[in-house]
Design a binder for this molecule. Structure first.
Ligand code: SF4
Length: 252
């Protein structure tokens, strides 16, 4: 199947079956989403949703974070991964929002990336979710699933995956496609053993096609080897039988 066809089927399937996917992080405003996304790096959304209610209550605005210390923020996020670094980033981010961006979340990936703790992936999430820009955040799920389906070719870095997806997904679907890929990777196309048996994408998935073609070829090869062995065995038995008959005639 051509790559263009895989993209077409991918967009058609999810547009129809999952038209309005949303992030599983809980938030009420752009500032809270930014905090939650910074915290979610290498951590689960479930864990982040456990700590953010108390954190948002204590620090409802960028000013509150800016006036705090990493030590205090740490006490609210100690159960997430890398709490020391993330506490420093959150306070630094609050300060920059207040000092540079007038306490508003800036639009544009470049501006967003100026803040501590905001890498390209986080900036793309904010750009697409808050500002509905055609930005594609590539996390481990997006990276794996787009490769398995066959939406990317030889893309070995998140940036390469991002570029290929942006180039091929129609602009109006890019922001939601990020959620389609993440949710599919989280619940069906999981890392260790993809649940192909319940996946609705098998008919255009490259991984599924290759695996099943390989399995079919291996089975055909095994059947061929078995047939040859049986033919050889039969020929040997015939030869022995003929030899025995010949000897009994000579004796008689
Ligand atoms: S068919 Fe399997 S490998 Fe392909 S997307 Fe579905 S779960 Fe993933």
């Amino acid at each position: 199947m051509l790559k263009a066809d895989r993209y077409k089927h991918f967009v058609e399937y999810f547009s129809k079956n999952q038209p309005n996917p949303v992030t599983e992080l809980h938030y009420d405003n752009p500032f809270q989403l930014l905090v939650a996304v910074i915290l979610s790096a290498q951590c689960t959304d479930k864990r982040i949703n456990q700590v953010t209610p108390a954190l948002f209550k204590r620090f409802p605005t960028p000013e509150d974070l800016a006036a705090s210390t990493p030590e205090e923020v740490f006490t609210y996020i100690r159960s997430v991964s890398y709490p020391n670094n993330k506490a420093k980033h959150l306070v630094g981010m609050g300060k920059m929002l207040v000092d540079v961006f007038n306490s508003e979340i800036p639009s544009g990936v470049d501006n967003l990336q100026k803040m501590p703790g905001v890498g390209r992936k986080t900036a793309n999430v904010i750009a697409s979710v808050i500002f509905e820009e055609p930005a594609m955040a590539v996390d481990t799920h997006v990276f794996r699933v787009s490769n398995r389906i066959g939406l990317t070719n030889n893309a070995t870095t998140p940036l390469a995956v991002e570029k290929q997806l942006i180039k091929n997904i129609p602009k109006e679907h890019i922001a939601v496609a990020h959620h389609w890929l993440i949710l599919h990777g989280r619940y069906i196309c999981v890392a260790r053993s993809p649940k192909c048996e319940i996946c609705p994408l098998t008919w255009f998935c490259r991984y599924y096609e290759r695996n099943n073609t390989e399995t079919a070829l291996l089975k055909a090869e095994a059947a061929k080897v078995k047939k040859v062995k049986e033919a050889k065995k039969k020929a040997t038995l015939n030869k022995i039988s003929k030899e025995l008959k010949k000897r009994s005639v000579e004796k008689g």
